[in-house]
Design a protein around this ligand. Structure first.
Ligand code: SAH
Length: 283
């Protein structure tokens, strides 16, 4: 499959809003350069709607007179180029105290817990702050609130589910609404020989079980929408690790979680990203 690559020049102040808008439109990933964002979309997406939206945003920005408009160029890149380009950029990366995330062609690092990731067409190579923050918090809370079951909600490449299995959780499930992520997750549990990890397509609403730990590296709006469902899927005393929240948006997520009866245990900052740990009561 080919992909769309959209290079967008936009003022710094609008970058975060634009990234959120792009991810809602089905963007697979964004690379931030100095004054540009490079966004990747699957060929199956409706690129006309996306470029129309960008043109509209440009018109609005220009009309506001507050900022220069945005400029964009969208091109199709063949699958082979895509694969080659991520391979060049994928270096091993340490996450948390013990983990190293490595691409499939690298030798495992001695003395580290290695997670090998072939990202295929999914998010989660360990290079993003939000993924690494989840791993930091997973290590910190491992075993403190049950070590039986772990749900990775929005599993992407399966990276957090595989890490959970390596931390010793007995029942690990990764779910994702994107079938391409499910393919990547299945590939990676094979590569890591963590075949007891269950990866499936779906959402929280279709999941019946409850868990000791849920990791959800999504975006603020989705976390707020899922607050009640997250609480309903936690065992008594269980925790949810919430990531993908931009600084400034944590308040609305905390409020939504507390509204469901969950209590805030920790706020963890990495750059402009915030992660939260919330806990279910014991009864
Ligand atoms: N867990 C990985 C990937 C996070 S990217 C990591 O931490 O690196 C977020 C993933 O969540 C994407 O693969 C996206 O398809 C999926 N997703 C988004 N909304 C979702 C929802 N409501 N339910 C399940 N998966 C969702």
């Amino acid at each position: 499959m080919a992909y769309y690559e959209c290079t967008i020049t936009v003022a710094d102040t609008y970058k975060d809003t634009l990234i959120e808008r792009l991810s809602k439109a089905g963007c697979l990933g964004v690379i931030e350069n100095n004054d540009t964002l490079v966004a990747y979309f699957p060929q199956t997406c409706d690129i006309k709607t996306i470029t129309d939206d960008l043109s509209l945003l440009n018109a609005l920005l220009e009309k506001s007179g507050k900022a220069q408009g945005l400029a964009f160029v969208c091109t199709v890149i063949p699958e082979q180029d895509w694969n080659e380009s991520w391979k060049k950029g994928f270096q091993p990366v340490d996450a948390g105290e013990h983990f190293t995330i490595i691409p499939p062609w690298e030798e495992p690092r001695a003395g580290r817990i290695n997670v090998t990731i072939d990202p295929a067409m999914a998010f989660g190579t360990g290079h993003h702050e939000t993924t690494r923050s989840c791993i930091v918090l997973m290590e910190k809370y491992a075993g403190k609130c049950g070590k039986e079951s772990f749900l990775d909600l929005g599993t992407g490449t399966g990276i957090l589910a595989i890490a959970a299995s390596k931390l010793g959780y007995r029942r690990v499930v990764g779910i994702d609404t994107d079938p391409l992520a499910v393919d990547a997750g299945l590939l990676n549990i094979e590569i890591n020989r963590t075949r007891d990890v269950e990866i499936r397509e779906g959402s929280l609403a279709e999941t019946e079980d409850t868990y000791d730990v849920i990791a959800a590296n999504l975006i603020s709006g989705v976390l707020v929408r899922l607050a009640a469902a997250l609480a309903a899927h936690l065992n008594p005393g269980g925790i949810a690790i919430l990531a993908g929240i931009l600084t400034g948006q944590e308040k609305e997520v905390i409020e939504a979680m507390e509204h469901t009866g969950l209590t805030l245990q920790e706020t963890y900052y990495d750059g402009k990203w915030v992660s939260l740990v919330v806990q279910q009561g014991m009864v």
